[in-house]
Write a protein that binds this ligand. Structure first.
Ligand SMILES: Nc1nc2c(c(=O)[nH]1)N[C@H]1C(S)=C(S)[C@@H](COP(=O)(O)OP(=O)(O)OC[C@H]3O[C@@H](n4cnc5c(=O)[nH]c(N)nc54)[C@H](O)[C@@H]3O)O[C@H]1N2
Ligand SMILES: Nc1nc2c(c(=O)[nH]1)N[C@H]1C(S)=C(S)[C@@H](COP(=O)(O)OP(=O)(O)OC[C@H]3O[C@@H](n4cnc5c(=O)[nH]c(N)nc54)[C@H](O)[C@@H]3O)O[C@H]1N2
Ligand SMILES: [Mo]
Length: 783
């Protein structure tokens, strides 16, 4: 370890550090800072939607909202570097596989469709029509369409997603695994049953009126930097902001807004969280149940004395069901269990409950720290229970806010990139397009990997993303992909998935968000939906990275045309001449998109209706449901601790650094956590490091414990003493994905349990030997 790898960071999030970082990334991508007009058109009414996160913009008409990580996402796409045919001529797939994910990313934009040449082991250029013919041959040769898998990552526009699902359903399958399965699936699953919608109920307007904001399992300083602007305004107004996180995240503590000239000039900053609850990994259900217990006990006290109820009795009576059984369950939960499982003591939990009681209008936000556990669905149910108690749903300044990841992940699901399509939607497809869509459920992400491993699926098609290493159980996933007859990736940049391929393999390069999309009918815009259900237009402004690129809608349409030919009911090539035609088809399919073309052209776009926000409950109960959930005491973590009594079993949360966008590694620093030039780090409590008989700075190996008998290891991590509760560890994704068992996923939603992996820590086997530099070794070990 060099001496400056671990350095304490005492500054606020944002500030000059953010500006310096943007300047560095622009210059690394050879984008002149003075000419970086691209950045200024992000999230403008006539510009493109930022390809970063799904956090909404103020009316989409404000002046450029500064966001360091949005700027990095734009710079990564607008890079001057090119991964053209020369790169693939120079390096075989085997040779490329030796390089790190960071290096692959740095090669730049893909320029030419490439086909694997099995004889030489190199990717070689291929004509588009030949590529589509090859895929069509494979698809049409399968005994059943259910042997093909169609993955989607969340950057795909509504137009591309709609065409894609239409093509795949006319072809004959619902096999639509997507990144949502690994992300907010638990939120959708929990909320749909409980309140009838699987999306957040709040808008930015509500953030202006909330007097309490609870943030669970989210690191907005890194992953949703524009959210800090809203939090800063709320904090300045005096709203209480409470963070629940095992790690002390800088962005949740202090923020300096780079757009605030005074703050920048004076090196000032704004405190964000008024309260910080450092619970155990996976402890949220217990903590929230404890808060509810406090609220109920206080209510019994208040009403017992003849006072007014502290609950919103009218809302509970009129809009909810199940309150009595729920309250009885909460009151019966022993404090000892709540304290043990949350990692917070009783007075602290009562303080959190009191904070909730002291606020009139509360928003609960959450991210991956909540959704990626065995008991995630129950945890989200409990969060919604908390809101329901005081009618904090469907009124100004209050509601549920699952903060989505990819910039159009929510829209893709709205367009029915979904392996479990509702019957009414399929009926509509049949009515509008005249073909009989398949009715059987398709594979989700875990199901798709299992099917490839045991030969039930033979073709993998990826619309964006990095399936090989974003998914759990890297070795198992690689085995599945390698068994395929054909793997295809539509992508902007070279990534690991392109190197973990089937017998035939294609890389199809596409336009990015920032680029001009020219079709027969002129330049085209696409639409996206943000985390708060706002739908708006996005139009690229840069010339394409190469003349050979196709747009995603064009790739889907030409593939559909090649595969289905005369047997299709749809004029695929006609649809892409003018994307207004795709939007008309969307309007015919989904009632909420009526007059889509007209409404989306109003600056700022429009908001999709949200029934729960209107206090209309379209679930089977016809009411918002109080869901009783026991605090789990027999999860894989508990069981691992029981069966491995001799060793310390830790709970590992796999998380994002500041210099990455999911599997895209921009750099090797994690500035706010004080890590520089290294990604293989393991954050641990100093007392745990001592209990292991080790020291900060030691190199260690990780092994996860799973009941399936498979040995999963990840070697060589640098131990870092960190402010994290005992028994908890954190390390970066995707380096740790080999440790996440495929068979370990959330109840009901089947989201891999990436935030609660039981692991043991041992000294690195090659301790003492000269360590290879990070950039010399591939990030996830795939061989
Ligand atoms: N720059 C950048 N932006 C991004 C992304 C990116 O990689 N880079 N990814 C995008 C995507 S797809 C998504 S889904 C979002 C992800 O954004 P986040 O939801 O913020 O994702 P993570 O960084 O994985 O983890 C979030 C937090 O959960 C905490 N945590 C871990 N375990 C627990 C727990 O048991 N309980 C609680 N309360 N907290 C816990 C971690 O300490 C961390 O602070 O961001 C999106 N935006
Ligand atoms: N252990 C662990 N695993 C996780 C998570 C975790 O927290 N821990 N998080 C999970 C989450 S929340 C998510 S969302 C998934 C993410 O999983 P994915 O969405 O599959 O992964 P990304 O890294 O976002 O995909 C990046 C690739 O997308 C391509 N790309 C970028 N822009 C475009 C575009 O405009 N069009 C096309 N066609 N391609 C494009 C580029 O080639 C780039 O290499 O990972 C999940 N995996
Ligand atoms: Mo995500």
């Amino acid at each position: 370890m060099s001496n400056d790898t671990i350095r304490r960071y005492d500054g606020p999030a944002g500030g000059w550090g953010a500006l310096r970082s943007v300047a560095r990334h622009l210059s690394e991508q050879k984008i002149a800072v003075s000419g970086a007009k691209t950045l200024l058109r992000a999230n403008q009414p006539d510009g493109f939607d930022c390809p970063g996160c799904a956090w909404p913009d103020r009316d989409h008409t404000s002046t450029f909202e500064f966001c360091e990580n949005g700027a990095k996402a734009v710079a990564a796409e607008a890079t001057k570097f090119r991964a053209g045919p020369e790169l693939f001529a120079r390096y075989s797939v085997a040779q490329l596989s030796e390089y790190s994910d960071h290096w692959l990313e740095q090669q730049g934009r893909l320029t030419t469709p490439m086909r694997l040449d099995a004889a030489s082991g190199h990717y070689v250029p291929v004509q588009w029509d030949e590529a589509f013919a090859l895929i069509a041959r494979h698809l049409n040769a399968l005994p059943s369409p259910d042997e093909a898998i169609f993955y989607t990552s969340g950057r795909t526009s509504n137009e591309a997603a709609f065409l894609y699902q239409l093509f795949v359903r006319e072809y004959g399958t619902n096999n639509f695994p997507d990144c949502s399965n690994m992300c907010h699936e638990s939120s959708g699953t929990a909320m749909k049953k409980q309140i009838g919608v699987g999306k957040g109920t709040v808008s930015l307007h509500d953030f202006e009126h909330a007097d309490g904001i609870l943030i669970f399992g989210q690191n907005p300083g890194t992953n949703h930097p524009r959210m800090l602007g809203e939090l800063r305004e709320a904090a300045k107004r005096g709203a209480k902001i409470a963070s629940f996180n095992p790690l002390r995240e800088r962005g949740l503590e202090r923020f300096a807004d780079p757009q605030d000239k005074l703050q920048m000039a004076t090196n000032g900053s704004t405190a964000i969280s008024s309260d910080y609850f450092q619970l155990k990994i996976g402890g949220d259900l217990a903590a929230v149940k404890g808060m509810i217990k406090h609220v109920l006990e206080r209510d019994i006290e208040a009403t017992g004395d003849g006072g007014a109820s502290l609950l919103d009795q009218e809302f509970i009576a009129r809009h909810t069901t199940g309150f009595d059984a729920f309250a009885a369950d909460v009151l019966a939960e022993p404090w000892e269990v709540i304290v043990e499982e949350s990692g917070l003591d009783e007075p602290t939990i009562r303080r959190a409950g009191e904070l909730y009681l002291s606020c009139e209008r509360v928003i609960a936000c959450w991210g991956m720290g909540i959704t990626q556990h065995k008991h995630s669905v129950a945890t989200i149910n409990m969060l919604v229970n908390l809101l329901l108690l005081r009618g904090n749903l469907g009124r100004e300044g209050a509601g549920a806010c699952p903060v989505r990841g990819h910039s159009n992940v929510q829209g893709d699901r709205t367009m029915m990139i979904y392996e479990k399509p509702p019957a009414a939607f399929l009926d509509r497809i049949q009515q509008v397009f005249g073909f009989e869509p398949p009715r059987e459920e398709g594979f989700d992400t875990v199901g798709a990997i299992e099917a490839m491993i045991d030969g039930r699926a033979k073709v993998f098609f990826g619309m964006g993303g990095n399936f090989a290493i974003a998914t759990p159980d890297t070795e198992a996933t690689a085995r599945g992909l390698r068994r395929c007859d054909l793997t295809v990736h539509v992508a902007t940049k070279l990534n690991r998935s392109h190197l973990v391929h089937g017998r035939d393999a294609l890389i199809l390069p596409c336009l990015g968000r920032t680029e001009i999309d020219l079709q027969a009918g002129g330049p085209q815009g696409v639409t996206v939906e943000d985390s708060m259900s706002m739908v708006h237009l996005s139009s690229g402004i840069n010339p394409p990275a190469s003349d050979a690129l196709l747009s995603e809608p064009a790739i889907v349409a030409r593939l559909a045309h090649a595969t289905l030919g005369a047997r299709s009911k749809i004029d695929w090539l006609g649809l892409i001449e003018d994307y207004d035609r795709i939007r008309d088809a969307i309007a015919m399919t989904f009632d909420d998109f009526h007059e889509f073309n007209a409404r989306v052209r109003v600056p700022g776009g429009f908001r999709l209706p949200n029934t729960a926000a209107q206090r209309t409950w379209v679930n089977p109960a016809g009411k918002a449901v109080f869901v009783p959930c026991p605090v789990p005491t027999d999860n894989p973590i508990h069981r691992a601790r029981r069966t491995h009594g001799g060793q310390i079993v830790f709970t590992l949360a796999t998380t994002r650094s500041h210099d990455q966008y999911n599997t895209t590694i921009y750099g090797l620093d994690d500035r706010y956590r004080g890590v520089f030039g290294e990604r293989r780090v393991l954050f641990a409590n100093a007392d745990d490091i001592a209990a292991l008989g080790m020291q900060a700075g030691d190199w260690v190996d990780l092994e996860s414990i799973c009941e399936d008998g498979v040995r999963r290891q990840a070697p060589r991590f640098l131990l870092v003493a960190y402010n994290i509760p005992r028994g908890c560890l954190a390390a970066y994704y995707p380096e740790t994905n080999p440790l996440v068992p495929l068979s370990s996923f959330a109840d009901e939603s089947r989201t891999p349990t990436s935030k609660s992996v039981p692991v043991i820590v041992t000294p690195h086997l090659a301790a003492g030997a000269q360590m290879p530099r990070q950039r010399d070794i591939p990030a996830a070990i795939v061989r």
